[in-house]
Every structure is written in structure tokens, then in C-alpha cells.
Design a protein around this ligand. Sequence first.
Ligand code: UDP
Ligand code: MG
Length: 309
Amino acid sequence: MKLLSVIVPCYNEQENVAYFYDELMKNGEFFTSNDLDVELCFIDDGSEDGTVAAVKELIAKDDRVRLISFSRNFGKEAGIYAGLEKARGDFLVIMDVDLQDPPSLLPEMFKYINEGYDSVATRRVDRKGEPMIRSYFARFFYRMMKKISKAEIVDGARDYRLMTRQMADAILAMKEYNRFTKGIYGWVGFRTKWLEYENIERRKGETKWSFWKLFKYSLDGIAAFSTVPLAIASVVGVLFCIAAFIFIIVIIARKIMFGDPTSGWPSLVCIILMVSGVQLFCIGIIGQYLAKTYMEVKRRPIYLVKEEC
Ligand code: UDP
Ligand code: MG
């Protein structure tokens, strides 16, 4: 018998837990016919509602269910890391509890694992039910990442992914504190099969991602998987030096040939404002990387467990 670990990060999802369990267990026949034992790891990411109680209710009913409860909200990335670390399965799958990642896809995913793929990932082909501006920025982000990062980051990729123990161990070996899982998957490599499906709207409750949270997350992603922004300062610096040199030549030539007085302090003010703005911008970028480095060298744990059962 092989063991399949289903890892489910939950944050304030009391309405969805039991429903998710029912949906997953609809695959029961598939599990038994493929000699698969299942363990179901709910990672409670410091929920303030009845999520923990809902999971404990399931544990009382079914001893394949496990709960790992954090001391506070650490974010979904930490939840995924904890899940991969605590799960004991030969195969591991990460799923949202809101049923946006359909458990009915599991048999198809296993087909590809049996064919020799190391992981089967999913991406959604549309962004139905999402604000236009969010879709636009998301597309822009992925296009840009393709240019400035070596790690392959796929547009529309979800966290729903089935993988072998070997790949999970590779991901766990990346102990960085600023985790951007989409980049990490690409970075570790392995043979991945992509499945596509249409966006499904979440069953109950609200998405935890506001526009600004996503925006900040995208900046984290850039800082985690690209150092190109750090080069901006040097490039802009060189361009400005060239421009300044040309201006100096022009001014000297004008003075010699036409005897023009060197006039125009408004233009000077504009130039000073622009140059100092660019300087501050570049220092800001360096500051971002410095801040990330600072957090990284502290070697803080990625998550803290309050309760485990
Ligand atoms: N989640 C989590 N910690 C958080 C935010 C979200 O564990 O801080 C979980 C959440 O319970 C859900 C999954 O991550 O199972 C995806 O969250 P959500 O549905 O809000 O994101 P979306 O599907 O809109 O990207
Ligand atoms: Mg969701």
C-alpha cells in the first residue's frame, strides 16, 4: 500500500471543512482500487472561527484526518511548507478547502504520475469572476517575470499539485523565509505535467486575497526570484551620465558660438527633481532586497505549531 497525503491549508473556513471532506471521499473507490491509503492533513493557519472544531469533529469520525494548528496566521505559503513537512505520504497533494481545486481531478492526476511524471500541476485557463484590473495586473506580472527570472513561473498556475515524495523533499530543502511557492516549484525542476481547467468560484466565504495583498505578494515574488531590479540603478545611472555629458557639450558650444548666457533655472529644478527622484527609487529597491536579506538571516521558523492531532 502507498500513502497519499492530502494537504489542506485553511484559514477561517469553518463552513467548508466538512463539505471538502465529503467531496474528497467521493474518490474512495479510486483510492481502494489503486491500493492507496489516504491521510488528510488540515493545516489550520491560526483561524479565529470554528475551523479547528470542525476538523476535530472529522477526527473523531475518521482517524485518517490530522490537524496541525498554527499559533497565529502565518500565511498560506507557511501552511504549504508545514504540510509538506508533517505529511508522511509517498505522494502529496496540496488542495484548497474552498473546492476551487476539484478533488475529482485526482484520478486523472494519478494517471500521469503512473506514467512517470514527478508532479502534476494545474492551471486555470480563464480568470472568470475576477475583477478586470486584477486580471490585467496578474497577466502583466507573469509576462514580466518571464523576462527577469530564470525560474519558470506559469501564468494561472494554482497551488493544486500532486507530487512525489522526492519532489516534496526538494521543496523542503529550500528553507527560505520569504516563500514564493510558484517560483520554488519552477526552480526545483522535475518533470511536470500541466492540466488545465476553467476557474471555479469558491464555495463559501470570501477570498483572503485583496488587491493590495496580491500586489505585495507579487513584489515578494520578484524579489525572491530575480535580482534584475538591482541592476536598474546602474543602468539608469549610466544613461543619466551620458545625458549630462551631452548637455554639457551643448551648453559649452552654445556659449562659444553664440555667446548665450547660461540661463534657465526652472529647467535646472526639473532636472534636479527628476534625478533625485530616480535616486530615491533606486535606493528604495536596494532597501527592499536588504530588508528581505535581513529577514532571511534571522533564520526565524517558517511557522509555529500550537496544537497537533
Ligand atoms: N489560506 C491560508 N492562510 C491564509 C490565507 C488563505 O491557509 O492566510 C488558505 C485558505 O483557507 C484556502 C487557500 O489558502 O484554503 C486559498 O485561499 P483563498 O481561497 O482565499 O485564495 P484564492 O483561491 O482566492 O486564491
Ligand atoms: Mg480560493
